[in-house]
Design a protein around this ligand. Structure first.
Ligand SMILES: [Zn+2]
Length: 408
């Protein structure tokens, strides 16, 4: 366990060379990272099962977990003691969730939502604040205040902050290249916030953040390849391939909303036409119902009600959205052949109006065995986006600024 503070290290034992406080715990030691990740996602788990799972020798596992136990990141789970063979008690290991905490914040256009979570991503405290200004200094001040409150709420050691932003983010440098809801371009958010609050900060696209939360703490556990598709104001997609989050060459991987699926389709806000979003996003659905009812003031909630009441044109708008969504999911399945696709986002609140259409379209367009990809719907509980940002901070804490250690 490289570079970790080791309060329990016996006197006289050689400690690893000290590193910067922002260093990740296993950066450069993939075996240790894989072992810790196995306990994190599958614990409580005995050493011999870890060894079996990772095809390592029991001695290697025992040696690797010793400093993790000494540093308080792992504990022996006394309640889970089992006997594998008579006279050979096996003590499972689990992550000491309260060893330290991280913060996660979703940065939206008009407000920020923050959570403090333990190392198993359990939410311990939540806070919200209004954003009255998009000026970078003002937003950083609001984030710093929110972080200070969350640190006070949780009490213990807080070691990272994750920020989820809708838009184009360069996670490796913490640069927000473009955030449409904030009207930001090229803002060095991680660097500036870290300097203000004195904690390492990691910035990630919000859909990718949600994907990391699913990968380590949700529907992605034990699944090497996973896609998370979100629907609502836009259509987003986060991708995990062979255990690693995919960013692409420019941090733009997963722009499913702007995959063109209809020739001569409606114009998109991106400047093109026929994109998935022009058919499946909330705005597209609303535009259709407004046009059909000749009511330019109609709200999305009212459009949903009309459809549920049997209004033909309102139903048709959701059917078109469902068809487009199903095709988009089939594109993901045909390109990447993931084990599972998780469908989430605010748009799921009206899933009764489009989910069966989407599933049927998916079945029709998925190629060969790609159709066997499991489609899971996961409605968003409160603070899910902020928890996603916290999950990124946990991943960063243990793995550093890399895309991931393949999870097995
Ligand atoms: Zn577009």
């Amino acid at each position: 366990m490289v570079g970790m503070t080791q309060p329990g290290l016996p006197a006289g034992r050689t400690a690893p060379a000290p590193r910067e406080p922002g260093d990740s715990r296993f950066d450069g030691d993939p075996t240790a990272a894989s072992i810790f990740l196995t306990v994190l996602t599958r614990g409580p788990i005995p050493r011999n099962e870890i060894a079996q799972h990772l095809s390592l020798s029991p001695a290697t596992v025992s040696k690797a977990v010793r400093p993790m136990l000494a540093a308080g990141y792992l504990v022996e789970s006394l309640t889970g003691t089992v006997d594998s063979r008579p006279g050979r008690p096996v003590v499972p290991l689990r992550v000491a969730a309260e060893r330290e905490f991280v913060l996660g914040v979703k940065l939206a256009g008009d407000h920020i939502v923050g959570v403090a979570v333990d190392l198993l991503a359990n939410v311990r405290a939540t806070r919200e604040a209004r954003l009255d200004s998009h000026a970078v200094d003002d937003v950083i001040e609001a984030l710093a205040e929110l972080a200070a409150r969350l640190r006070a709420d949780v009490g213990g050691q807080v070691s990272r902050v994750g920020i989820g932003v809708g838009g184009h983010v360069d996670t490796a440098t913490g640069l927000v290249r473009y955030a449409p809801f904030l009207e930001w371009r090229d803002v060095r958010l991680a660097e500036r916030l870290a300097a203000r609050i004195g904690l390492p900060v990691v910035v990630e696209n919000d859909v990718n953040s949600l994907t990391v939360a699913e990968q380590w703490f949700g529907a992605g556990i034990g699944v090497p390849s996973l896609a998370v598709v979100t629907i609502g104001a836009g259509v987003g997609c986060g991708l995990v391939v062979d255990g690693s989050l995919v960013h692409g060459a420019h941090g733009l991987a997963g722009e499913l909303g702007h995959v063109p699926i209809q020739l001569d389709g409606p114009e998109c806000r991106c400047g093109n036409s026929g994109c998935v979003e022009t058919l499946a996003a909330d705005g597209a659905i609303l535009d259709r119902v407004r046009a059909a009812t000749n009511d330019s003031e109609l709200t999305l909630a009212a459009a949903v009600e009309l459809a549920r009441d049997g209004h033909h044109d309102a139903i048709a708008a959701f059917t078109i959205a469902g068809e487009a969504l199903g095709r988009a999911l089939a594109i993901v399945a045909n390109l990447l052949n993931p084990h599972r696709i998780v469908l989430s986002g605010e748009g799921l609140a009206a899933s009764d109006l489009f989910e069966s259409v989407a599933r049927e379209a998916f079945r029709r367009h998925a190629f060969g065995q790609a159709v066997e990809c499991e489609l899971v719907t996961r409605p968003l509980p409160d603070h899910t986006w902020a928890r996603g940002a916290a999950a990124v901070a946990i991943q960063h804490l243990f793995l550093g600024p890399i895309t991931g250690v393949p999870m097995r």
